[in-house]
Design a protein. Structure first.
Length: 256
C-alpha cells in the first residue's frame, strides 16, 4: 500500500510540475515577444524564434524534473540526448550554418523586405527573410531562395539603403570631334533633366582618348526610385543633344 501511495504522490507532484511548466513556458514566450516592442528595428521573426526557444527550454527542464521525481535516472538520458544532438549537428552542418546566419541577418538587418540587393550570387528584390533562406524576386519575376549561410559568407550589396544613387554613363564620340563642343552638349542635356540632383555637381570628364574614339564619363545623382527610368531617358537626351551639335555618338553605355 505504501508503494502505491508514494507513486500516487509522485504522479501528483509530476502533474503539478508539468502544469506549472506549461504556464511558465507560455509566460516566457510572451515575455520574449513583448521585448520586440522595445526593439522595432529588429525583425519579428527573430523574436518568434527566441520565444519558441525559451518555451521549449522551460519544457525540457520540466521533463528532466518530472523524470527525476518518478525515479528515472536522467544522467544517462541527458548524455544520450547530447550525443544524438551532436550527431545531428554534424549531419546538418550546412543547415545549422544557414540557421545561425539567418539569426544574424535578422538581428543586424543589412537588408529588409522590399530592398534591392545583390548577395549570395543572386540579385533582385527581397520578398521574405526566413531563418534558413532569403527569398529574392529577380527582375524577370523568378523566385530564388538563397541560403542565408551563402549570403552571410560573402559581400552584401544593398542598392536600396541610401535615398540617392549615382548613375554612371560612358559616351563615345568619333575621333576628331571638338571636345569642348561635346562637353557643352553633354552638360546641356544634363541641365534639362529635372530628376538629376542639383546638390551634387554632375561630372562630365574626358575618360578615354584613343585612335578610334573619344570617351567621356558622365556621372549624375538622382533619387533611388528614379534611377531605373532616368538611365534610358538620359541616354536618349544625350544622343539627341549631341546630334543637334552635329556630333554622332558612336556608343552610350550605362554602368551597372
Amino acid at each position: 500500500m505504501s508503494w502505491w501511495v508514494n507513486l500516487f504522490g509522485d504522479l501528483l507532484v509530476a502533474g503539478a510540475i508539468v502544469a506549472v511548466a506549461y504556464g511558465v513556458a507560455g509566460w516566457a514566450a510572451r515575455a520574449v515577444r513583448d521585448v520586440a516592442d522595445d526593439f522595432p528595428e529588429l525583425d519579428e521573426a527573430l523574436f518568434g524564434f527566441l520565444a519558441s526557444l525559451a518555451r521549449y527550454a522551460v519544457l525540457a527542464l520540466a521533463a528532466i524534473f518530472v523524470l527525476g521525481r518518478l525515479g528515472i535516472e536522467t544522467t544517462a538520458l541527458v548524455a544520450l540526448v547530447a550525443a544524438a544532438g551532436l550527431a545531428l549537428a554534424l549531419a546538418l552542418q550546412g543547415t545549422l550554418g544557414s540557421l545561425i546566419a539567418g539569426l544574424v541577418l535578422l538581428a543586424l538587418r543589412p537588408y529588409k523586405v522590399g530592398d534591392e540587393i545583390e548577395a549570395g550570387g543572386q540579385s533582385g528584390t527581397v520578398a521574405a527573410i526566413g531563418l534558413f533562406t532569403t527569398e529574392v524576386t529577380r527582375a524577370d519575376n523568378a523566385q530564388v531562395l538563397v541560403p542565408n549561410g551563402r549570403i552571410w559568407a560573402g559581400a552584401i550589396t544593398n542598392f536600396s539603403h541610401h535615398e540617392a544613387r549615382r548613375l554612371d554613363l560612358s559616351v563615345a564620340v568619333p575621333q576628331g570631334a571638338d571636345l569642348r563642343v561635346v562637353e557643352e552638349a553633354l552638360r546641356d542635356a544634363i541641365d534639362t533633366e529635372a530628376r538629376i540632383h542639383d546638390a551634387r555637381e554632375p561630372i562630365v570628364k574626358l575618360q578615354v582618348l584613343d585612335q578610334e574614339a573619344v570617351t567621356f564619363a558622365v556621372r549624375v545623382w538622382c533619387d533611388r526610385e528614379e534611377r531605373g527610368m532616368l538611365g534610358p531617358d538620359l541616354i536618349a537626351a544625350l544622343s539627341a543633344r549631341l546630334g543637334e551639335a552635329g556630333i554622332t555618338a558612336t556608343a552610350i553605355r550605362r554602368a551597372p
